[in-house]
Write a protein that binds this ligand. Structure first.
Ligand SMILES: Cc1ncc(C[n+]2csc(CCOP(=O)(O)OP(=O)(O)O)c2C)c(N)n1
Ligand SMILES: [Mg+2]
Length: 460
């Protein structure tokens, strides 16, 4: 246990160091920027703006038209000294299709879903909920070192995934395992990663829940918040260069928007006209920090406009609304080659993770209201059941089946050998540098000296 912990700590530090400070990374960023300049698209109209500037700037002030020509374009002038307000009078409305009771809101415009798709979406939401419950319990029993659930955010996970194609590339935060589940990541693959065994694609070097799959176009979760946003702009730009009929979807929480990378990522994508959907799960909390202490703006969607990004706010607990919004966003991102920002309003029903007890900083009544009265699963179930597409018997069978499969996956993963100690030091450098070799020597000597302090199931 102790060693697994230190493994993830070593890697975590490495990832943070590599993403934020390393000169090598800085150098790579610079050379990537040079490549971008060489491969600019015509749509980036820098040349045109310079012409405008040269021709019109000196006599740009035109009394009749009351227009001033600036390098970025023509701006109307005014003699009124008026500061723009810090907020609009009304909060940005939230698009929804199903009301709290699962009835269609009359007049709502939404993407139709077939019986097959609706049942598949609902079944996968149940699979996610069940998987979360059992893995969470396994952590409490000491069988996993860490876990984190998506409780309350099942519609965001599954409905957004259902609106994409397998070619769309996903860069997750960490509360989106349902997207992987939808794409076909098996319960065994989840369990192997959580237990860090030999079958785990990360060779046990990451903390539990850091899933990833090359095959399913799902980037590996990374611990430092928001690094995935500028990366998503770059991945989307590569799709644009290759003229792919696909987009990128990058997920992040409300708390992550306080990182500089949020702003860099949005601006980069806007300027490069990259086909990326920025999908913010605004669940009200960043561990113990409520959104009221996170920002003074009306949430996230309105920030898109400042970057020149088309944006929308959607009810994240309404599967039909999330599905419709992501379908439309995908269409716009690809056809119009532009980024889109989606803010899905929801609530983090679970503790932040197994390292947290949220009853210490928020009211239990509030949590229960969201768990019971506003569950996205119940709302969607009411709708499909009213359509005659689902019955109580289906529910019982499905839940029992998945429960059995998750338990078997954990038992299976527990039987698989752990990766050898040497794997901790490989796969990063072509030639392992001296400081890592020294660390390897140190850990081996330590194991010899204090064998009882180390797990016996890791091959030395
Ligand atoms: C750069 C960075 N700062 C701080 C943390 C510690 N941390 C992990 S999760 C988290 C909260 C993130 O909240 P949010 O983005 O709203 O996602 P949620 O957990 O609500 O889904 C924090 C502060 C981190 N992992 N990385
Ligand atoms: Mg949050």
């Amino acid at each position: 246990m102790k060693m697994l912990f230190s493994k993830s700590r070593v890697l975590n530090h490495f990832v943070q160091w590599r993403s934020k400070e390393c000169w090598y990374h800085y150098y790579m960023k610079k050379s990537a920027a040079i490549n971008f300049i060489h491969r600019r698209f015509e749509s980036i109209k820098a040349g045109e703006q310079i012409d405008l500037y040269n021709e019109d700037f000196h006599d740009g002030l035109n009394d009749d038209q009351q227009i001033l020509n600036f390098p970025g374009g023509r701006v109307p002038i005014t003699s009124q000294m008026k500061f723009i307000s810090e907020s609009s009078e009304q909060r940005l409305p939230c698009y929804r299709v199903l009301d709290d009771d699962g009835y269609l809101i009359s007049g709502s415009i939404f993407e139709q879903v077939s019986k097959g798709l609706a049942v598949n979406m609902y079944s996968t939401m149940i699979a996610l909920e069940t998987m979360d419950r059992i893995f969470y319990e396994a952590q409490r029993q000491g069988r996993l070192s860490f876990y984190l659930t998506s409780t309350g955010e099942e519609a965001i996970n599954i409905a957004s995934a259902a609106a994409l194609t397998p070619h769309d590339i996903v860069l997750p935060q960490y509360r989106e395992p349902g997207v992987l589940l939808w794409r076909g990541f098996t319960l065994q693959e989840f369990a192997d990663q959580l237990l860090g065994n030999k079958a785990d694609y990360g060779k046990g070097r990451q903390m539990p829940i850091h899933y990833g799959s090359n095959k399913l176009n799902y980037f590996t979760v990374s611990s430092p918040l928001t690094t995935q946003l500028p990366q998503a702009a770059g991945v989307a730009y590569s799709l644009k260069m290759d003229k792919k009929d696909a987009c990128v979807v990058v997920y992040f929480g409300d708390g992550s928007t306080s990182e500089g990378d949020f702003h860099a990522g949005l601006n980069f994508a806007a300027v490069m006209e990259a086909p990326v959907i920025f999908f913010c799960r605004n669940n009200g909390w960043a561990i113990s920090t409520p959104v009221t202490e996170q920002f003074r703006s009306d949430g996230i969607a309105i920030k898109g406009q400042a970057y020149g990004i088309r944006s929308i706010r959607v009810d994240g607990n309404d599967a039909l609304a999330v599905y419709s919004v992501v379908r439309a966003a995908r269409q716009k991102a690809i056809k119009e080659q532009r980024p889109i920002l989606v803010e899905a309003m929801t609530y983090r029903v679970s503790h932040h993770s197994t390292s947290d007890d949220s009853t210490k900083y928020r009211c239990v009544k509030e949590i229960e209201q969201w768990r019971t009265g506003k569950s996205p699963i119940t709302r969607f179930r009411k709708w499909i059941q009213r359509n005659g597409w689902w019955a109580d018997q289906n529910e019982t069978e499905l839940r029992g089946n998945i429960r059995r499969q998750v338990v078997e996956a954990i038992q299976g993963a527990e039987k698989v050998e752990k990766p050898p100690l040497a794997d901790l030091f490989g796969d990063v450098y072509d030639k392992i540098p001296s400081n890592l070799l020294e660390q390897e020597r140190f850990i081996r000597e330590n194991i010899k000296r204090y064998p009882k302090e180390y797990p016996t199931d890791v091959p030395i």
